[in-house]
Write a protein that binds this ligand. Structure first.
Ligand SMILES: Cc1ncc(C[n+]2csc(CCOP(=O)(O)OP(=O)(O)O)c2C)c(N)n1
Ligand SMILES: [Mg+2]
Length: 382
């Protein structure tokens, strides 16, 4: 085999619970297991994300959505980790954890509205697609600037601790973001201040075209925790139960006032970095094939089938129902239209300053006289 990124590189030992074929647990499994309801809800969230990404990528190829950063291959890491937090906790995400909004109760219509950036988008079309926010489910908006969400997650955690609240924050990042200043500041402050935060790095093998093995000279991302004085654990990120168990333990530690934990979930980005990327230019087909055999969705479905919790027919009915809900949301989103021009100056100032209000009046006059500008192909490079 050529030099491809494998699940467990030499010298790295991952926490694993489920057999690789999903048909049961590995020998010597300890610790609490997620109950049936939790397992099934994680699976439903994984399937929803898989189907949503498929549909969004197709819409992007048709020019109906501007940008997509998909989660395909990472659904276990994303949804099993999110399931370990409570409704009162806060999720600070990176690019690929947007499906957690739906898992926590945001309607599919709201998700799709954001992808279109239409008048029903709660970000009012001001964000790139795939930059979700949802106040109702404690999911703040994120910035494309890598790692900036991490100090925010720590700040929020410290604030909650000072108020005597019992909430915990979840700070997601990719392997690439571990090289950001935000990662260092967040890890350092969190450990020193014993902030109730759980750092969840999803190592998906790549940061655009930089392989995660070249992102750091450390043996694993989990070992980075040592320097900051907090526990760090490397986990098979395609193993729903291992992810849920390790994250849950970290959440309990944080809630009990024992401080932060770093979890490194090893997984794989099956698709391109985004809809603007062509990964065949920098990675071997062999590597993608290796990981396709470790698809987390197939694996958890094999597990659920073996446990008698979900059979093929029920899975297909569920997939049809989700596909239908996404289709309905897309049809609706395309009737909505863009946000009103006036919204451009809302939300920053209680009363927009005169120069901004004047610009809106001017923009409305031009639109009244000349109509809306033509749509252009504004490809975003990343
Ligand atoms: C501070 C900063 N530097 C560089 C970039 C350009 N950039 C966008 S995504 C990306 C890679 C991110 O990789 P990773 O953190 O592993 O997340 P993944 O996309 O793999 O989920 C880079 C370098 C950026 N957005 N912000
Ligand atoms: Mg990455």
């Amino acid at each position: 085999m050529s030099d491809i990124r494998v699940l467990e590189p030499e010298g790295v030992s991952l926490v694993k619970v489920m057999r690789e074929d999903g048909r049961g647990l590995r020998k010597g499994t300890k610790g609490p297991l997620p109950n049936d309801e939790t397992l099934l809800s994680i699976h439903r969230a994984m399937l929803t994300t898989r189907l949503m990404d498929d549909r969004m990528l197709k819409l992007q190829r048709q020019g109906r959505v501007a940008f997509v950063g998909s989660s395909t291959g990472q659904e276990a890491a994303i949804h099993a980790s999110a399931a370990a937090f409570g409704a009162e906790d806060w999720i600070f995400s990176a690019l690929r954890e947007g499906g957690v909004t739906i898992q926590r109760g945001m309607p599919i219509r709201e998700y799709v509205a954001h992808m279109f950036g239409n008048a029903e988008d709660t970000a009012k079309g001001r964000q790139m697609p795939n930059h979700f926010q949802c106040k109702d489910v404690n999911f703040p908006s994120w910035s494309s600037v890598l790692g900036t969400q991490l100090p925010h997650a720590v700040g929020a955690a410290v604030a909650m601790k000072r108020r005597g609240e019992k909430s915990v924050t979840c700070a997601y990042s990719g392997d690439g973001a571990t090289s950001s200043c935000g990662f260092h500041s967040a890890m350092n402050f969190a450990a020193v201040m014993k902030a109730p935060v759980v750092f969840v790095v999803i190592d998906n093998g790549w940061a655009i075209s930089v392989p995660s093995a070249e992102q750091t000279a450390a043996k694993s991302y989990g070992t980075k925790a040592v320097a900051y004085g907090m526990p760090g654990v490397d986990v098979d990120g395609n193993d729903v139960i291992a992810v849920w168990q390790t994250v849950r333990e970290a959440v309990e530690r944080a809630r009990a006032g024992e401080g932060p934990t770093l979890l490194n979930l090893r997984s794989y980005r099956m698709g391109g970095h985004s809809s603007s990327d062509d990964p065949t230019r920098y990675r071997a087909d062999e590597e993608v094939e290796y990981w396709a055999k470790r698809d987390p969705l197939t694996r958890v479905e094999a597990y659920l089938a073996k446990q008698g919790l979900l059979q093929q027919a029920a899975r297909e009915t569920m997939a049809e129902e989700i596909t239908e809900a996404i289709a309905e949301a897309v049809t609706h989103a395309e009737t909505v239209g863009p946000p009103a021009l006036e919204t451009l100056v809302e939300d920053v100032f209680a009363v927009p300053p005169k120069h901004l209000s004047k610009q809106v009046v001017e923009a409305l006059r031009i639109v009244a006289e000349q109509g809306e500008a033509d749509r252009v192909q504004g490809a975003f490079p990343l």
